[in-house]
Write a protein that binds this ligand. Structure first.
Ligand code: NAD
Length: 487
């Protein structure tokens, strides 16, 4: 139930104007379980209006020079940076993540997304080749595609939304974005900066609401020729079906079941804190989080003891507390889903070393109904268990032993996903050998989550289609044409 405080009311942002909606959905503060915000429950009509605005804005925006567009993106970045604290507070309240993480990762990275694409758009070149014997030359040109449909999830709300909006705009497209209905606040706040930054009306439209209603209206609209989606694999299946009749360009960034492989020659002093972080950062709600830890038998007992000790120090509490490492999970339904995996593991005879059902979580009275859980470590579990095969997307990780390099590569690859992996070893040859054989779009060795935005980001197998990054995003958000000139 809503408290006595007035609820925050969001509005759609279409054609440079904030517009109310005929119906709304409740949005909860994950740290208290209370409704604190109402999000427009948009549908087909709002998408029609947004498509009209985005189509009208397209000729003007796409014909601006890259330098002009770059200047506007840099303005957005500057304004966002000036409001960093306000955005970080809002992101933490809306998503449940710690304020410290929103301050140091989510919002700074959102600023960086605009700056990065403002810069990279200035440095693309095209190809040219000659056929002297036929007296002709060929060259390529790239042009913006049109109205880009961008759909993002709830785990890194502004970070992932701007990772799509910035490259789409930089390349000259106009945009209709739909953030997750669970975390819409910072996207709405961003709209307030756009006009000030000089973004013309209709270039960026943000339409709020649920996937089945407004998401599907966007995906199936014939005048939205490309969809960039980050979210779950089942939703990607639906989006693929809906866009197939229109032959849309699709970029799909999906889930993972990411392994960490820890060899006996790993530096455990570095590996253990990094693996605690890779398992539980952002409540384990990062697509790149580790959820299967394979440890070589000779160091298994030592690793497990130290890993559990370090996990127990990973404090859970109210997101604004500077001493906590983990805040609340996104929703009650998600918390229940994550807990259900632990019940299933127990039913299969697994052992829970710490966390859910083992340790007690103490919370202030006003946060008792929040969606908190302790980081949980599972052992004695089979590779075929759902906890080892399915994406849990919460603070739960499984630790299992292995014998040989060949064996662990096969077991690590034995899931439908292929997003990210980490390898820990001080043997340089082994690190390269294993990295090459892992079926994974990203492999971190002796580290985790160090990103170079120029390089391709994305997954293989059921973790997605396409890559994002300087060149990859540019390729996706433009159409290429080959021109032949006979001389
Ligand atoms: P989700 O698929 O439920 O929702 C993602 C977005 O799609 C939301 O905006 C949602 O409203 C929308 N949506 C839902 N149904 C839709 C439909 N039928 N048509 C159009 N849009 C629809 O995912 P989620 O629960 O928000 O996010 C968690 C998932 O995202 C996890 O699987 C996680 O691994 C993945 N993820 C992947 C990456 C990556 O870069 N690979 C990054 C972050 C999250």
């Amino acid at each position: 139930m809503a408290g006595t405080k007035a609820l925050l009311m969001l509005e759609n942002f279409i054609d440079g104007k904030f517009l109310p909606c005929s119906s709304y959905i409740d949005s909860y503060d994950p740290s208290t379980g209370e409704v604190y915000c109402r999000v427009p429950n948009s549908g087909k009509d709002e998408i029609e209006a947004a498509v009209k605005a985005a189509r009208e804005a397209f000729p003007g925006w796409s014909s601006r020079s890259p330098q002009e567009r770059s200047r506007v993106l840099n303005q957005v970045a500057d304004l966002l940076e000036q409001s960093l604290e306000e955005f970080a507070q809002a992101e933490s309240k809306d998503q449940g993540k710690t304020l410290a993480l929103a301050r140091t990762m989510d919002i700074p990275r959102s600023v960086q997304n605009f700056r990065f694409f403002a810069s990279s758009i200035l440095h693309h070149t095209s190809e040219c080749t000659q056929m002297d014997h036929l007296g002709c030359m060929h060259y390529t040109v790239r042009a913006a595609v049109g109205v880009a449909g961008l759909i993002s999830p709830w785990n890194l709300p502004l970070y992932l939304l701007t990772w799509k909006i910035a490259p789409a705009m930089a390349a000259g497209n106009t945009v209709i974005a739909k953030p997750s209905e669970l975390t819409s606040v910072t996207a709405w706040m961003l709209c307030k900066l756009l006009d000030k930054a000089g973004v013309p009306s209709g270039v960026v439209n943000i339409v709020f609401g649920t996937g089945p209603r407004v998401g599907e209206a966007l995906v199936s609209h014939p005048e939205v020729p490309l969809i960039s989606f980050t979210g779950s694999q089942p939703t990607a299946e639906r989006i693929t079906q809906l866009s197939a009749p229109h032959c849309k360009k699709l970029s799909l960034e999906l889930g993972g079941k990411n392994p960490a492989i820890i060899f006996e020659d790993a530096n455990l002093d570095e590996c253990i804190p990094a693996t605690v972080r890779s398992s539980f950062a952002n409540q384990g709600e990062i697509c790149l989080c580790t959820s299967r830890i394979f440890v070589q038998k000779s160091i298994y007992s030592e690793f497990l003891k130290r890993f559990v000790e370090a996990t127990r120090k990973w404090k859970v509490g109210i997101p604004s507390d500077p001493l906590v490492s983990m805040g609340a999970l996104i929703s009650k339904a998600h918390l229940e889903k994550v807990r259900s995996y632990i019940k299933r593991a127990l039913a299969e005879g697994a052992h829970i070393w710490c966390g859910e059902g083992v340790d007690k979580l103490s919370l202030p009275a006003r946060n008792q109904a929040g969606y908190f859980m302790l980081p949980t470590v599972i052992t004695d579990i089979k590779d075929e268990s759902c906890c080892m095969m399915e994406e849990i997307f919460g603070p739960v990780t499984c630790v299992v032993p292995f014998d040989s390099e060949e064996e662990v590569i096969e077991r690590a690859n034995n899931v439908k996903y292929g997003l990210a992996a980490t390898v820990w070893s001080s043997n340089v040859g082994r690190v390269h050998r294993v990295a090459k054989k892992l079926q994974s779009g990203l492999v971190w060795t002796n580290c985790w989550l160090i990103r170079e935005l120029n390089l391709p980001f994305g997954g293989m197998k059921s973790s997605g289609i396409g890559r994002e990054g300087a060149k990859d995003s540019y390729d996706f958000f433009t159409e290429i044409k080959t021109i032949t000139v006979k001389y």
